[in-house]
Ligand binder design. Sequence first.
Ligand SMILES: [Zn+2]
Length: 397
Amino acid sequence: MIATNPVDVLQALIRCPSVTPHEGGALTALQQLLEPLGFEVSRVMARDEGTPDIENLYARLGTDGPHLMFAGHTDVVPVGNEAAWSHPPFAAEISEGMLYGRGAVDMKGGIACFIAALARLVEEKGAPKGSVSLLITGDEEGPAINGTTKLLDWAASRGEKWDACLVGEPTNPDQLGDMIKIGRRGSISGTVTVHGVQGHAAYPHLADNPVRGAIKLAESLMNPPFDHGTDNFQPSNLEVTSIDVGNAATNVIPASAVFKFNIRFNDTWSAEILQAEILRRLDAAAADTTLRPGREPIGYDIVWSERPSHVFLTRNNALIASLSDAIEKVVGASPQLSTTGGTSDARFIKDYCPVVEFGLVGQTMHMVDERVAVEDLETLTRIYRTFIEQWFANAVA
Ligand SMILES: [Zn+2]
């Protein structure tokens, strides 16, 4: 296969059915593409109790600095209803200028374009003066326990150090070149259980309805706003995502009520300070007797789900400018620098080096008929190539 053609590379990758946690041949295909370009390739198996074993890949071209990392994943989400696809999800068929397949934009397409960009550069000018690495996980769409974090630990323990990272996730809402992600909001989830006393709905003085307390506590988290946004981030936002009582009887006051929430927060807060603020609000609301006159403060417990995702903002101007300039050179317009959307593996990479994210147009990711414009693959390859040359020129200067 000719690695300089992103369409060929992407078709080969889509034809490997690498639904998390299966490798599906995708990493072997990558290895076969990277070794002829001069990369030293390592396959790294990661294991953890209660999660499936995952195979990951780390490949490096060159031994000296400066060192640029490209990060991504070859695992894909399930196809859903296969009969609903207009082209089979692992066939990589092209129809009317669109290449169809699971992972086309999220994110085998980004990987294909990066490899093609590098292959063209190596073919025409030789390898960059420095090193280029690919950090590719098979566990981004799954629990993400045996993926990027473990691979970063593994590489760092072998003495790998990076100066900058580009994550090739789809970042553009509408058109290629719209948007670079230069940071991400943090995320924290929690479950609050409000305790009451079960009883007859006609004798409320003998019971203590936890629904009243749950409403009060939930409201305290939704109002007032946590902040009004910062220079680089939209306002932090908390959503109550579920309120459960599990009570089928209208004449029974239940014994407890549970609600869950998730907050996406900006750089006004650290995760720890925000958790303290949430507890402060809950305690203040628990003492409010508006809905429960004459009663004790509301009794509640809170359990924080998972580890929090920390907020981050990349301030490395050379990295952002190299990418932004490359996009402008190729598409003729400069991208928006954004911190919107969910979390990504960039939140792990930022602990090792400055990181930005830029890939394809995300509109069809995770959907039936996931697809990419063949023209976009060529454009992204040209952007990546310009970026690589620009970044090394800036880093060496
Ligand atoms: Zn992805």
